[in-house]
Design a protein around this ligand. Structure first.
Ligand code: SF4
Ligand code: SF4
Length: 224
């Protein structure tokens, strides 16, 4: 598989508590303990969206959802004349590579970045959602929303962990997960991932579990 942004993982094979000994039970779900020590925030204005340079993997149902709104989404990409959307032809509206890999598509990479990236670093799909009152957490490509966390539902329970590919060297250019590369003042401003990714977490495991998670995180911080 291409080593691109946020490669999806096997949700089920990573989900068992036995394979993740550092998991703790919170309410009726399981959380990797390291999540509570993880400070993180996404600031594309600082990094210019450097995690999008290799594109992302897209499931078939996501592809259909995006294709349905594609002509509105591409309006956010007018400043990228190199994109195929502006040239009439058989592949004008094709935004993924032609051959899926293990049932997933991959967004085209054009001019050194994902076909959906706006030059200022934003994602056109995300911008479209914000402007149209659409919840981006459930509309956008899920792996682009979840990273650097991952969520899995297995045997009747949710499992939440730091994405297993966060340590991989091909993410070394992303200072948000290589915080030693951030200037000290930026590093000091980072907040716990449980806070910065609140809306994503709620969209995945629901508000009641989020409240339990936030409460656990608070007591965890006090105990340290
Ligand atoms: S590299 Fe990190 S901070 Fe930059 S856009 Fe991606 S997730 Fe956000
Ligand atoms: S779909 Fe959006 S968030 Fe995902 S890689 Fe492309 S530009 Fe980045």
């Amino acid at each position: 598989m291409i080593e691109s942004k946020k490669i999806s993982e096997c949700e089920v094979c990573l989900a068992s508590q036995e394979e993740s000994p550092a998991m703790v039970k919170v309410s009726d779900f399981f959380v990797q303990k390291d999540v509570f020590d993880f400070h993180y925030d996404c600031d594309y204005t600082y990094c210019k969206g450097c995690c999008c340079t290799d594109g992302c993997w897209i499931y078939p149902d996501e592809k259909i959802r995006i294709a349905d709104k594609l002509k509105e989404i591409v309006e956010y990409l007018r400043m990228r004349p190199e994109l195929p959307f502006w040239k009439e032809g058989p592949n004008q509206w094709e935004f993924t590579d032609p051959i899926p890999d293990e049932g997933q598509y991959h967004s085209k990479v054009v001019g050194g970045t994902c076909i959906f990236q706006i030059p200022d670093g934003r994602c056109a799909i995300h911008a479209y959602c914000l402007d149209h009152g659409i919840p981006w957490e459930t509309f956008k490509v899920w792996i682009c929303v979840d990273f650097p966390l991952s969520f899995a539902f297995h045997d009747g329970a949710w499992y939440m962990r730091i994405h297993r590919e966060v340590p991989e060297p091909y993410w070394n250019h992303c200072a948000c997960i290589r915080q030693e590369k951030l200037p000290p003042e930026r590093r000091a401003r980072l907040i716990p991932v449980v806070e910065s990714m609140k809306s994503t977490i709620i969209s995945r495991i629901g508000p009641t579990r989020y409240d339990a998670l936030a409460s656990y995180a608070k007591s965890y911080a006090i105990q340290k």
